[in-house]
Design a protein around this ligand. Structure first.
Ligand SMILES: Nc1ncnc2c1ncn2[C@@H]1O[C@H](COP(=O)(O)OP(=O)(O)OP(=O)(O)O)[C@@H](O)[C@H]1O
Ligand SMILES: [Mg+2]
Length: 266
């Protein structure tokens, strides 16, 4: 491989005992390009979190293959969940440093990396604070920093802003865009928020009901976020189709509205 940081080919995952198995997703193909934000939408239960867990190596496919381009540390994927999952007995700095603790090649630059990442996430002033002293948005920034500190090849975000109020959510979306651009991160993000998907995504993919597949993919021209309302309607219509169990159209880039997106920037 090597051309892509992440590729899933013919991915199939089933749960349950043999004979009474439930197929979450089947024959799922997905390719994520270097330094892109790939956003995954889809009805509840279609298998988005399961797919992220498989990509992260926390679960295995029953059939098919996940290829992750090796980084400095080998299989190089970081994952952030909806809840920050910080260790309450460690302060902010030590929670961020935890991300590096399990890396094989911790080195002299470790302290530098931690300070650098704390600064990137605006956490310098909170270094000594404990999780119960943080707001939800601050805690989620620590969680993101703990993952980014390892500089993984691919970062997986599972509804990372889902538990935040709209204002904090908006602030963290801007943070994510800034950090993604400054560090050149490759991101796969799950969200239920179509507006968020269109705001952050370079590509937006819609997964169909179980057994899930990538039903449609929209490409947003680099640096352009125009005609969002029209797009939102198109995505919502397709979403309603897959949510109602209607037959999914084959995966592919929409030749429609997205390719004509007017050049206006955020
Ligand atoms: N470990 C497991 N054992 C058995 N079934 C599971 C397991 N993990 C997930 N499932 C089932 O697989 C299906 C997909 O779950 P998953 O959490 O991936 O959905 P999702 O798309 O992330 O949903 P949501 O949008 O609500 O987060 C669900 O029916 C769920 O109950
Ligand atoms: Mg989920």
């Amino acid at each position: 491989m090597a051309a892509y940081p992440l590729r899933v080919t013919g991915g199939t995952r089933r749960f349950g005992p043999r004979g009474r198995q439930f197929t979450v997703f089947e024959d799922l193909d997905l390719t994520v390009e270097d330094r892109e934000i790939f956003v995954l939408l889809g009805p509840s239960g279609c298998g988005k979190s399961t797919l992220l867990r498989v990509i992260a190596g926390l679960d295995d496919l029953d059939a098919g293959e996940v290829e992750v381009a090796p980084g400095k540390h080998g299989r190089d994927v970081g994952i952030v969940f909806q809840q920050p999952l910080l260790l309450p007995w460690l302060n902010v700095r030590d929670n961020v440093a935890l991300g590096l603790r399990y890396r094989a090649n911790r080195g002299a630059q470790e302290a530098g990396l931690i300070e650098e990442t704390m600064a990137e996430f605006g956490l310098g002033d909170l270094a000594g604070a404990y999780p119960d002293e943080l707001s939800g948005g601050q805690a989620q920034r620590v969680s993101l920093a703990r993952t980014v500190v390892t500089r993984p090849r691919v970062i997986l975000l599972d509804e990372p802003f889902g538990a935040l109020d709209p204002l904090t959510r908006k602030t963290l979306q801007q943070w994510l865009l800034g950090i993604q651009q400054s560090l050149g991160l490759t991101v796969v993000m799950v969200t239920h928020d179509v507006q968020e998907a269109l705001l952050l995504g370079d590509r937006v993919a819609l997964m169909s009901q179980s057994p899930g597949r990538i039903s449609r993919t929209w490409t947003l021209p680099t640096g352009e976020r125009g005609r969002q309302l029209q797009l939102r309607d198109e995505v919502l219509r397709a979403y309603a189709e897959v949510a109602s169990g209607a037959v999914a159209k084959p995966s592919g880039r929409s030749a429609g509205a997205l390719n004509e997106v007017a050049s206006s920037t955020l």
